[in-house]
Write a protein that binds this ligand. Structure first.
Ligand SMILES: [Zn+2]
Length: 106
């Protein structure tokens, strides 16, 4: 959501739908205060409108990659809940869409 690759995440999805691995799943992330010990962090490139306002700027490619990645993680971590950063930290606006609702069927 900051528009650059942060090693604190486990996965980073670029606008072209490419997926880049940050930390391995075995390593604790550094992406969400108070939740790093029990979460997997996924970040997408973008998240700001041209005017610099937080916005859902995901491309179709990013949405497809994100969905595929979440399906894979769901298979490995069946107990996991899928939430947005903002659902865990009200001071955050990212990911600028309702992750709970969008992925409730997974
Ligand atoms: Zn965030």
């Amino acid at each position: 959501h900051r528009g650059f690759k942060d090693i604190g995440y486990h996965f980073y999805i670029t606008r072209d739908g490419g997926i880049h691995r940050g930390r391995s799943l075995e390593r604790i992330g550094a992406h969400c205060k108070n939740h790093n010990r029990h979460s997997v962090g996924i970040c997408y490139e973008g998240g700001l409108s041209a005017g610099g306002i937080p916005a859902d700027t995901r491309t179709l490619e990013q949405k497809a990659t994100l969905l595929a990645l979440l399906r894979e993680l769901r298979a490995v971590l069946p107990e996991a809940i899928i939430v947005g950063h903002r659902d865990l930290n009200p001071l955050k606006g990212c990911p600028c869409f309702d992750a709970v609702k969008e992925y409730e069927g997974l």
